[in-house]
Design a protein around this ligand. Structure first.
Ligand SMILES: Nc1nc2c(ncn2[C@@H]2O[C@H](COP(=O)(O)OP(=O)(O)OP(=O)(O)O)[C@@H](O)[C@H]2O)c(=O)[nH]1
Ligand SMILES: [Mg+2]
Length: 365
């Protein structure tokens, strides 16, 4: 496989460019948002292309670009280059196998197999371990496990809880993931459990769920929190204006299954309207979700310029490798962990220590 990175405004666009270039037989390796020197955020999507497809398309592309060259001359050059390239690739693969001891029963192989079994991508491990070549850590299980855990710790990101500026916090995510419950927990935290009470209000975009039970309204009544329900961009803006005296406006959205395009577009309209103050959009992701689903969910919500990820349902799984792997590849900072159904107690400010402790529990188990 040959890796290539595509850059666009959204991961979807970048991925589509890759598909246009190489067809569907490509593998998504990673996607991340990067701030460029011009201050713009862009998405970099890395994909792996089977060698034969890569060769074929590169040949086709080069043919298009250099029509002026004689066909013979061009083909000889290309062949020589391609041969050199595949030779180099073979050598590299052999070297990497040698160095990383892929098929043997060394400490390295066993430790790698353990992490892979728990959900961490082999490629990520290889990238991290390649710098240890020749190092004695590689033959000491304990040291090697600690080294990998430290690397994971370093790669993970958390955001500091900052309440200095008035803000709007919008939670998005698939149906039933825990958005409304988390909003209630956050409200209680900000209003009653911090060094000073913050003025908190709810803005509910969840109203277009037909026949929906007003769960947020109930929490608002119990906690004595101002609560506005909106159903259009105009009323959303009016709602924000009416709540401008509040320190924190928590916005609840309707659950969207990844394929529920209509509701999806509706929320986009909300987010893209002219905002009087910035919105921090947090994606709520359940710790129990399969990797492929996490990928789909992320790809469906990443256009919203995600500020952070809130991880819910920590209490429902012992296996956190998939989640960790996702966080390592996508590098989105985490802000809170929801660890149960109890409002307001089952909420933690995201911490790498907590996540790693739980992961180590699973490694040992
Ligand atoms: N075990 C566990 N259950 C949770 C957690 N967070 C939420 N729940 C439960 O999950 C269910 C759905 O929670 P909601 O907050 O209604 O989810 P939602 O994302 O608002 O759902 P929709 O509005 O339908 O999209 C409820 O029964 C919650 O009590 C959690 O961290 N752990
Ligand atoms: Mg809800």
């Amino acid at each position: 496989m040959i890796n290539e990175t595509f850059v666009a405004q959204t991961p979807k666009e970048a991925y589509e460019e890759a598909v246009v270039k190489y067809g569907n037989n490509i593998k998504l390796l990673s996607a991340k948002q990067v701030k460029y020197e011009d201050g713009m955020l862009r998405c970099e999507v890395s994909i792996a292309v089977p060698e034969d497809v890569f060769m074929e398309k590169s040949l086709a592309n080069e043919n298009d670009e250099s029509l002026s060259k004689s066909e013979n001359e061009e083909q000889t050059e290309e062949h020589a280059l391609l041969e050199e390239l595949s030779l180099l690739k073979e050598q590299l693969a052999l070297m990497k196998e040698d160095m990383l001891g892929v098929e043997d029963d060394s400490v390295l192989s066993k430790v790698k197999a353990l992490f892979v079994e728990k959900g961490i991508a082999k490629k990520w491990l290889d990238d991290v371990l390649v710098s240890l070549m020749g190092n004695s850590i590689l033959s000491d299980t304990k040291l090697l496990v600690s080294y990998i855990l430290e690397e994971i710790d370093e790669a993970l990101e958390v955001v500091d809880e900052s309440l200095d500026e008035p803000k709007i916090v919008m939670l998005v995510g698939p149906t039933g993931v825990g958005k409304t419950t988390t909003i209630a927990k956050l409200a209680a935290r900000y209003a009653y459990m911090m060094d000073r009470p913050y003025k908190v209000a709810f803005l509910n975009l969840d109203s277009y769920k037909v026949g929906a039970f007003d769960q947020l309204g109930q929490y608002a009544d119990i906690m004595q929190i101002e609560h506005v329900t909106v159903d259009s961009v105009e009323s959303f803006m009016r709602g924000l204006e009416a709540l401008k005296e509040y320190d924190i406006i928590l916005v609840d959205t309707a659950g969207m299954s990844p394929y529920d395009t209509q509701k999806f577009i509706k929320t986009v309209e909300f987010v893209q309207s002219d905002m009087p103050r910035t919105i921090e959009v947090s994606l709520v992701l359940s710790a129990t979700v399969k990797y492929e689903d996490m990928d789909d969910i992320y790809n469906n919500f990443s256009f919203l310029n995600l500020y952070s990820v809130i991880i819910s349902k920590f209490d429902e799984t012992k296996h956190l490798g998939t989640l960790l792997n996702f966080m390592l590849l996508y590098k989105i900072p985490m802000s809170y962990f929801s660890i149960g159904q109890e409002v307001p107690d089952d909420l933690l400010v995201a911490s790498k220590e907590y996540l790693l402790e739980r992961f180590i529990g699973d490694l040992d188990g």
